[in-house]
Design a protein around this ligand. Structure first.
Ligand SMILES: Nc1ncnc2c1ncn2[C@@H]1O[C@H](COP(=O)(O)OP(=O)(O)O)[C@@H](O)[C@H]1O
Ligand SMILES: O=P(O)(O)O[C@H]1O[C@H](CO)[C@@H](O[C@H]2O[C@H](CO)[C@@H](O)[C@H](O)[C@H]2O)[C@H](O)[C@H]1O
Length: 546
């Protein structure tokens, strides 16, 4: 249990407690700042906060209890803001769950109790499920209500007996598992709009018939005046799985390194492979298949197939303006270049002020990054829509191995929220599907170098393993690319011909790696070496290919 600050006494009852200025001030000035900044889902950990404000108080009266959904606005020193959702309840007796999150202690009309995160309370979780089953509409004020929507997969009698538990994994939101059949993701960082996750999951499941994304189970939205929808939570079907693609990949890379080190193979004996060149799994030289296994290559092909099918589905609606594929044009180029130059400048400044946190190779790569400033800017500014004939579509946007679940040698794709740092409008801009492919390629690179840098057992063979790693990266990405393109072409997904594909992939690989550098410096600086290494490899390959 985290340390609590002073208890607040109020004469207001729970239903009117936010009308008491003493309570309100303690809540927003003391409890929220102390609580929210420690949460995994709070994105602004490395930016000083100017002020926390209560943006909205949304009461949710139910048969199970009276809850609040507080929308907290965080105003950062540099001037931008974010909004977060806090579902709250008041309890006099703490439930048994040890990790219940308490915001503050209060005495309401003489009764001592705690202000807690409602998600830890079974009654609250059941209330949400019940309202979803009933597709309830719960008014908050004029033209202002909660809208629960039950998706096609849920049936009315499923509310008769409810079991619920909080999901216990590292995540950016908070999820509840119901009846071992559904998972409800309660969004923490809110956008005053439809969340793309909600929009895309529903579209893929109910309209496009994409079978490898979880089925849409329902949603909770806050509808503001003017039919303005804010996504609060998304229910999907729970997929039985053997874990995330990320853990699977780490295991496979480790065994490839071990197999190599335990063999008589020499790096110089391993055949050379071209960069971003399509290769069928069956034509990968035996020396590599022996190291990584044929089943693994089959799974890479399967992941490529599902990725391409996701894009085919996302491009399938030719009527709805939110989904219709678009050509490249100068507006898009300006938007992209501005965005990337902004992101690059931000990373450059961040890196300069964080150099003291890096050491060894990481520090060396950081200096190299700094000295390549003009090359990187040139790369981003080189984007030229006139050279591109393929189409832009809605994409996943934050596609990496942590977003795919392995299920019996197949994969399901999750979490369509888009790139965490982008604004909600930017997340919905149609982009090349190859940006997602670049995202997963970066993830392959991460798995290789996370294994190499984080596992002590490879310390004495870093150079050899690093060379092996760059070869394995080519094996995996080339096999992926071959399968992805075959499925895309067969289904008429317009990704362009070889030159255009390679151009877009290279462009987005650097974009992704630069994005990741910021993510790592903010969230886990000792991982910054991975995108830094990636950036240098991308620039060096381009240099060698000139
Ligand atoms: N439909 C699902 N079936 C099974 N597990 C899921 C499902 N959706 C999410 N998960 C689990 O929850 C984790 C976090 O989900 P995700 O949508 O990425 O949430 P967040 O955006 O909070 O990170 C996933 O990595 C996975 O382990
Ligand atoms: O939490 P999200 O899924 O929205 O994604 C963010 O966090 C990811 C890390 O959890 C981060 O991914 C980066 O690290 C991964 C390994 O942990 C790696 O597989 C990814 O390729 C790499 O980008 C992601 O970038 C960030 O948006």
């Amino acid at each position: 249990m985290e340390t609590l600050i002073r208890a607040v006494h109020t004469r207001h009852n729970w239903q009117e407690v936010f009308e008491d200025p003493l309570f309100r001030d303690a809540f927003i000035e003391e409890w929220v700042p102390q609580y929210i900044t420690k949460r995994r889902w709070f994105a602004g950990k490395s930016t000083p906060v100017k002020v926390f404000k209560i943006e909205r108080i949304l009461p949710l009266p139910t048969d199970f209890g009276y809850y609040y959904h507080i929308i907290v606005e965080v105003v950062y020193e540099p001037g931008y803001t974010e909004t977060y959702l806090l579902p709250l309840s008041f309890v006099t007796i703490l439930p048994k769950e040890d990790d219940i999150k308490i915001l503050g202690k209060c005495v309401i009309e003489g009764t001592e109790g705690f202000l807690v995160e409602a998600v830890y309370l079974e009654d609250y979780r059941n209330a949400l499920f019940n309202h979803m089953i009933k597709s309830s509409k719960i008014g908050i004020g004029a033209d202002n209500f909660f809208l629960f929507e039950r998706g096609k997969v849920m049936t009315e009698n499923e509310g008769d007996k409810i079991s619920s538990e909080l999901l216990n994994v590292e995540q950016s939101n908070t999820s509840i598992i119901y009846n071992n059949k559904y998972i409800l993701k309660i969004y923490r960082k809110l956008f005053m709009d439809h969340n793309p996750d909600h929009e895309l999951v529903r579209f893929l499941s109910d309209q496009a018939g994409f079978t490898h994304s979880p089925k849409y189970g329902g949603s909770v939205s806050w509808v503001r005046s003017g039919n303005f929808m804010v996504s609060i939570a998304l229910m999907t079907e729970l997929i039985p799985n053997q874990g995330e693609g990320w853990d699977y990949m780490l295991k496979k890379i480790e065994s490839a390194f071990d197999n190599f080190l335990n063999s008589d193979l020499k790096i110089s004996e391993l055949p050379k492979l071209k960069y971003l060149r399509k290769m069928k799994a069956s034509s990968i030289p035996d020396q590599y298949s022996v190291l990584i296994g044929e089943e693994f290559l089959d799974n890479i092909e399967m992941l490529a197939k599902r990725t391409a099918q996701m894009h085919v589905a996302l491009a399938s609606n030719k009527i709805d303006r939110h989904f219709v594929p678009r050509s490249y044009n100068s507006d898009f180029s300006v938007w992209l270049k501005n965005r990337l130059i902004y992101i690059f400048e931000n990373r450059y400044n961040m890196l300069e002020s964080n150099l003291h946190k890096l050491e060894g190779d990481g520090l060396e790569y950081a200096h190299e990054f700094i000295s390549h400033k003009s090359d990187i800017i040139k790369h981003f500014l080189s984007f030229d829509e006139l050279k591109l004939n393929s189409k832009r579509i809605r994409i996943h946007g934050d596609y990496h191995l942590g977003q795919v679940l392995l299920a019996d040698n197949d994969f399901f794709i999750l979490d369509y929220e888009g790139e965490p740092e982008s604004t909600i409008r930017d997340r919905k801009v149609k982009q090349s599907p190859l940006k997602d492919v670049a995202g997963i390629f970066r993830s392959f690179h991460y798995a290789i170098y996370a294994t190499l840098f984080k596992k002590k057992k490879y310390q004495d063979s870093q150079n050899e393993c690093s060379l092996l790693g760059s070869k394995l990266f080519r094996v995996i990405t080339n096999v992926f690319l071959d399968k992805y393109c075959r499925v895309a072409f067969k289904n008429n997904l317009d990704i362009g011909y070889s030159q255009e594909i390679k151009y877009l992939l290279k462009y987005h690989l650097l974009e992704k790696a630069v994005y990741e550098l910021g993510y790592e410096l903010n969230a886990r600086p000792d991982w910054a070496i991975i995108p830094l290494k990636g950036i240098m490899q991308i620039l060096n390959v381009e240099e060698n290919e000139k």
